[in-house]
Design a protein around this ligand. Structure first.
Ligand SMILES: Nc1ncnc2c1ncn2[C@@H]1O[C@H](COP(=O)(O)OP(=O)(O)OP(=O)(O)O)[C@@H](O)[C@H]1O
Ligand SMILES: [Mg+2]
Length: 505
């Protein structure tokens, strides 16, 4: 992926110099003696398995958490007064949906009350940032009506606007592409490279190693809170990076697709339609894994939520097994659960994690009825189950009692995945199941999905990860403008074919 931007690295200026940085939470050491240098003008990727300490490092840079005593952090050569030399794009982007673009962009920078803002100046700045993002939108547009990718471009533009042309400054990005479809990622990456080439040092946290290979100049690998390698990207390979991350060569292969058990459909959807969706017919047999794909907002992303009874203004009907069809309008999440349907939503942490509860409570909440005997919760049984799930899904740390909120983002996702797969649903619906998890966990999660199918679940998986779909699905429906535009199966189901079908070719 050539970005077509000339490389102008300024090795003589350091945007960031960190030495001997450590961080402990209670008795747990999360970062140990970290050394890291980011040159002005370079894109420096920071990679590592879930829980290796990437976000903790960023939280220290942003002043959200203090580091242990003894470490040193210099930004543009200065140990103090440096905060205006760093701009951040945090993973959740930090926008308020109910406010407009200009209100969001103004509020983000000024702690003083909105009443005293100079709105004329704020409008001009918001217009500049919107244009920098490459969006032709009025700054009065409510944030709610923007697609995720446009929000990400806007957050990046806001950060670029802060540091642009400021030689020696630093731009820090925590998984900026995690929630974006592949076809829009390129746009964001090329803006990131452009920013670096204007003299800004860029720290890029990502789980997508293809991105690292495409745009980073150097990459630093964290393992268990320690820097295990810093490499020039042209002199390394994806395999080498993975090995440094994990310490061994992982089993990074897709398992064999389970044979589809039956041909008679178990889940039947007729005439599903909603805003910008439909009509869609869909049939999934027990043991079958059916993929839904397409460009962003082409309808496929809404289907999981319709099946779960969580979408408004829906028409059409859904039937499970021999039961009479039920109108979508009458579906509710409770009814879906009673019908044996489990949905693993894309924004798992926001939609279904309870941060204050323990890992054990989160992992077993959907299984509680089965853990009650003689009217009492079987605590020992629950503990055994939790330990088994934590091991199966490789959750780190594998400690049942800690609060969910102390787990790293990827590890929280693994817990929620374990929770839903453990109820042995008859119909398993997943939206972006491998988002935000590291390479090792990715194949593990897909193996669990395939196991559920092998045990007879009808599986629907909506994802922008074409490689996953091509390797685990029996069939993939590609959407365009709300309807199924093409269906790929057998020898025709390849990553390349999916990509071109998604583009309407
Ligand atoms: N407040 C806290 N109390 C105790 N432990 C914590 C706390 N915050 C983070 N940790 C631990 O620090 C470790 C590193 O977490 P961090 O969020 O930095 O990982 P990460 O590399 O960003 O992972 P991911 O790729 O999953 O986002 C984890 O083991 C996590 O459980
Ligand atoms: Mg993180």
């Amino acid at each position: 992926m050539g970005m077509g931007v000339q490389q102008v690295v300024h090795p003589e200026i350091c945007a960031l110099e960190v030495s001997g940085l450590s961080k402990t939470f209670g008795a747990t050491r999360v970062l140990t003696d970290l050394d890291l240098t980011i040159r002005s003008g370079e894109v420096h990727a920071l990679v590592g398995q879930n829980g290796s300490g990437k976000s903790t490092f960023i939280k220290i840079l942003s002043g959200y958490q203090p580091a242990d005593k003894g470490g040193e952090v210099y930004v543009a050569g200065e140990a103090e007064g440096w905060s205006d030399k760093i701009a951040f794009v945090h993973q959740d982007l930090g926008f308020v949906d109910s406010l407009s673009i200009v209100e969001n962009l103004a509020g983000a920078f000024h702690s003083r009350s909105l009443g005293t803002l100079n709105w004329r100046a704020e409008r001009i700045r918001a217009e500049r940032i919107t244009e920098l993002a490459g969006l032709s939108l009025s700054v009065d547009t409510p944030m709610r009506s923007l697609q995720q990718v446009d929000k990400a471009l806007l957050a990046l533009a806001r950060a670029r606007d802060e540091v642009v042309d400021a030689r020696g400054s630093l731009l820090v990005l925590d998984e900026p592409t995690a929630y974006l479809p592949n076809d829009r990622v390129r746009e964001l990456l090329s803006q990131i490279v452009q920013t670096a080439r204007s003299g800004v040092g860029v720290l890029l946290v990502t789980h997508r190693l293809q991105e690292v290979m495409a745009v980073a100049d150097r990459v630093t690998v964290l393992r268990d809170g320690k820097v295990v390698a810093t490499k020039e990207v042209p002199e390394t390979t994806e395999a080498e990076i993975i090995e440094a991350m994990i310490g061994t060569t992982p089993d990074a292969t897709y398992p064999d697709r389970p044979d589809s058990l039956e041909t008679a459909a178990f889940l039947r959807i007729r005439g599903l339609s909603a805003d910008l969706l439909g009509p869609v017919d869909l049939a999934v047999a027990p043991g079958e894994i059916v993929g839904l794909a397409g460009l962003v907002a082409s309808g496929w992303e809404q289907v999981p939520y319709a099946i779960m009874g969580a979408l408004d203004n829906v028409n059409g009907s859904l039937a499970v097994g021999e039961a009479e069809p039920i109108e979508f309008a009458r579906m509710t999440p409770q009814r879906a659960v009673a019908m044996g349907i489990a949905l693993v939503p894309a924004d798992r942490v926001r939609d279904s994690a309870v941060g204050e509860l323990s890992v054990e409570e989160n992992a077993t909440i959907a299984t509680l009825p089965r853990l009650v005997s003689h009217g009492k919760l079987d605590l020992a049984g629950r503990r055994r189950l939790t330990n088994a799930l934590l091991k199966q899904f490789d959750v780190r740390p594998a400690v049942p009692d800690v609060a969910m909120s102390t787990l790293s983002g990827g590890n929280q996702q693994k817990v929620l995945m374990a929770k839903w797969l453990n109820i042995s649903p008859r119909i398993l619906v997943l939206h972006e199941p491998t988002q935000g998890v590291d390479v090792g966990a990715r194949y593990q999660i897909l193996r669990h999905v395939m196991e559920a199918a092998a045990q007879g679940a009808a599986v629907v998986i909506a994802s922008a990860e074409h490689e996953d779909l091509a390797n685990i699905c029996h069939r993939v429906h590609v959407f365009e403008r709300g309807v199924i535009f093409r269906t790929l199966e057998g020898g025709d189901l390849t990553e390349a074919a999916l990509l071109s079908a998604a583009q309407g070719i």
